[in-house]
Write a protein that binds this ligand. Sequence first.
Ligand code: FAD
Length: 548
Amino acid sequence: DEQNDGLYDSKDKVISLTAKTLKSTVFNQPYGSLVEFYNSFCGFCRRFAPIYKKIAEDLNGWKRILIVTAIDCAKDENNAICREFEVMAYPTIRYFSPHYLDGQQKIGKQYRGHSEDELMYQLLGDIQTSKSTTKFWPNLNLFNDTDKRKIFIDDSDDSSIDNEHIKFAFLINENETDSLIGRQVILDLFGYKGFIVRRRKDFDEGNNVLVIERSTGEFEDLGVGYFERNEIVKTIKEYLKEKSINLEQIVTEKSVQLSQKQSTTQTYDGIDDKLDEVILNNVKSMKGKIFQSDLEQAVRFTLFHEVAQFAKIDGRRLTALQQFIAVLVRYFPFGSDGKKFLNDVQDFVMNAGEEIDGHKFLEKLQEFKANRKVFSSNRWVGCASNKPGLRRFPCSLWTLFHFLTVQAAEKEISNDPLEILQAMHGYVRHFFGCTDCSQHFQQMAVKNRIWNVTSKDDAVLWLWSSHNEVNKRLSKDATEDPDFPKIQFPSREMCPACRRKILTNHHNHHQYPIEDENSGNVEWNLVEILSYLKSMYAATNVSRFGVN
Ligand code: FAD
């Protein structure tokens, strides 16, 4: 159990899907589906969640033709389905058109960007072109006939709309090329009896809304005060009310089914048992310790979840995996069974040829783990949180790599100063399921000249300094757990000697930032920092508190 929880719950208009429900919900349905594939631990996904909720809220009126859904790829049970859908970045937004088939091209249409406008623009284009594939569907195409009475004929291809009863047509003119308003209004007012809404583009005329009366063929300007989605919808509704047309929705078999579709309630499976609470309370007062549990959780999640999620591992990605496994083999503090396990994994990835299939990799991991006591814990300890989606895996990944840089510096196994940083860079670049973290990290690696690190001690300091840069950026961010604030590390309390007053004015010669956030006349004492990190991330400082 990964103890992370989804970003959406039953209060939202976003329908939470799982491996069991994804295909049956989005394949071959009379409606279209928007699906967000996310990782609950990814900060960007977390910051994006309110936007996606708002989109779902805004599109809720269209739910007879479109559903808004999401699936958490960070959950182990969804690992295989996210691999099958070839999700390579988080969050990924895809559209599945009505009657989308579980055929060759079964992964949906990928959308670009993450703003409401960008997504809306792509979605409206797709809803527009879905017209030909399904019957009960709004007509978003332009109506440009000069004979406005033809508007009542044009829609007769939709057998579910009883054409006889349509008394009014509203025709929205937009004189801006990229306007979304006309199509949004059509969707907002789709599926009612008694009237239809169409749009046109006449650049010689201003933005306006005409109403055409069927019985007489006459039309007039509705006089919408402010040309905006909600305002137009409101004005049309008021007009209809005046004409004694009740807003009554057309009922189709499928639309009934759909409006009954509820968000599945997700139960919060965060830290709820007593033991975890005890752990959390203790850990808050154990600053400066690291934990076997977190290190193991990092290895478990990287290998069994993140690496296994790739359908195909080849080229540079395969090299990155080989380097990552190699440093684990060298420095990871497993017991003898765990070491045998890692050796087998290494043999496999070194001899697998050009390409590894993620599913095959997972099978191998399970095979190598069978009948061995590889992991001594299956919970977060130093990286625990009582809030869903915070800390946990990303926290353990930092911990793992700090630990590895210190192990490499303390042991004589390799003389390569870049051994760990290179493995980390490759892992983060090719496997870390927090996509924007990965991009930030690669940029930071260039900016902070990762490849110029010349000693193993410098590698320890490089990672410390870069992590602090991330902490600074994320301080007070939505991903901050108030119980574990993002500080310039280590705090004064943890290491008083790590900061000292600046005596001379030699700022420019420093490779690393010389001051912490709020004290201009303080600099890091790198000798003390190094010794602090070496004792904190020492093999002898790994606590077994909380192991099974
Ligand atoms: P973390 O920052 O995860 O730290 C874990 C532990 O490491 C701390 O509890 C502390 O004991 C120790 N520590 C803290 N600072 C240092 C240091 N300077 N040196 C040594 N030890 C230290 N999230 C985003 O939202 N945007 C990003 O761009 C982003 N980039 C990331 C890049 C990488 C490579 C990784 C691994 C994670 C990234 N994250 C990013 C996630 C983010 O940094 C945190 O991991 C996450 O928010 C959890 O924070 P936390 O409070 O548990 O502490």
